[in-house]
Write a protein of this length. Structure first.
Ligand code: FAD
Length: 322
């Protein structure tokens, strides 16, 4: 197939397909449409989508892509992703199997929960709530995986990953797994910087994290979680295809949603993409949107907000593919 240089999606060579099929068997899918793997429901195919089930399998895959000079991309649950209509050239990796395990461990200052990057964040957080362990309540309603949440430093105004994570397990782009203490990482608003070499086509992979929780009253935690859910239900669009908030809130100013709303853009549509009438910072796929329509609407919103309020909105959603 064309290597990193080409912008066009190409299928893998027969030799590359053979290697992947032999090594990963039924966990490899060729020319896999990514619309079915993203919450927006849009996006072209990946040359191959591979489910890595073990650290060894993941490491072999990363090393092989290195030898072949093939790009790879890590897909979590696809809830913060806009994949362009041309798809992703190269190998899209999804963490499954062993990466879906969770375990508890007593620590001096509380209880550590170790979760693989493939565990759903909401599952980890509800587990903690049920067990009467405080520290992860912020994430009960956030979709996506632990790996995606670590990379995005996902959170709400009630807290974020950085507040409770103590250690991140990471695989570098040569296939070696390392442990980083949370203090070695620069955490920001929906960002984290691990300081390791990472570039498009050869990113670092989060393989898991350990979160510190403290014993607390389970009933009080459950009440808090319920309130949190109800607030989300009352303020966020329900049952729509989206990636949640599309733009980051600008520092120190009105929220992105308030700026878009004041610019009169609620309900604005291009093709099947629409600025949600419920929450202006959500772009939704009303049924048959393409990634190009969502991108065109994104640009229109950026332009209008810049003209009306002088503020540049930066997408929180990761835009990938060709
Ligand atoms: C309805 C809805 C509500 C939402 N509400 C919130 C909210 O309240 N707060 C919030 O912060 N976010 C929210 N989001 C956005 C999204 O859920 C989070 O950003 C989530 O953490 C993304 O996880 P994911 O597994 O889906 O990642 P993906 O969307 O699959 O990937 C996101 C990025 O992380 C990278 N990535 C994923 N996994 C790994 C890994 N293991 N190693 C390396 N890189 C990886 C991907 O390459 C990509 O760049 C919402 C989304 C939706 C659809």
């Amino acid at each position: 197939m064309s290597r990193v240089k080409s912008g066009l999606l190409k299928s893998l060579s027969a030799e590359d397909r053979d290697w992947l099929s032999q090594r990963f068997g039924r966990s490899v899918f060729f020319d896999e449409p990514l619309g079915t793997h993203t919450s927006f429901g849009v996006g072209g195919p990946a040359s191959a989508l591979v489910k890595a089930l073990t650290v060894k399998g993941l490491s072999d895959l990363v090393q092989w892509t290195g030898e072949k000079n093939l790009p790879y991309f890590v897909l979590g649950k696809g809830t913060n992703l806009l994949v362009r209509d041309g798809g992703i050239s190269g190998v899209v990796i999804r963490l499954s199997g062993d990466f879906k395990l969770m375990e508890e461990e007593a620590a001096n200052d509380g209880v550590l929960i170790r979760a693989g990057a493939g565990v759903m964040l909401a599952k980890l957080c509800s587990y903690a709530v049920k067990k009467g362990l405080e520290g992860l309540n912020f994430g009960v309603g956030i979709p996506g995986t632990v790996g995606g949440a670590i990379l995005m430093n996902a959170g709400t105004h009630e807290g974020c990953v950085a507040d409770s994570i103590r250690e991140v397990r990471i695989m570098d782009n040569l296939g070696t797994e390392k442990r980083l203490a949370a203090e070695e990482i620069a955490w920001g608003y929906r960002t984290m910087d691990h300081g390791l070499e990472s570039k498009p086509g050869k990113p670092v992979i989060a393989t898991g994290g350990s979160f510190l929780t403290k014993p607390a009253d389970p009933e009080a935690l459950q009440k808090q979680a319920k309130k949190h859910f109800e607030r989300r239900k009352a303020t966020q669009p329900q049952g729509v295809r989206s990636a949640g908030s599309f733009f980051k809130n600008p520092p120190g100013g009105p929220s992105a949603g308030a700026l878009i709303d004041k610019a009169g853009l609620k309900g604005k549509a291009i093709g099947g993409a629409m600025v949600s009438p419920v929450h202006a910072n959500w772009i939704v796929n009303t049924g048959k949107a393409t990634a190009s329509e969502i991108l065109a609407l994104m640009e229109l919103v950026q332009e209008e907000v810049l003209n009306k309020h002088g503020v540049s909105l930066e997408p929180e959603v990761k835009i990938v593919g060709t």
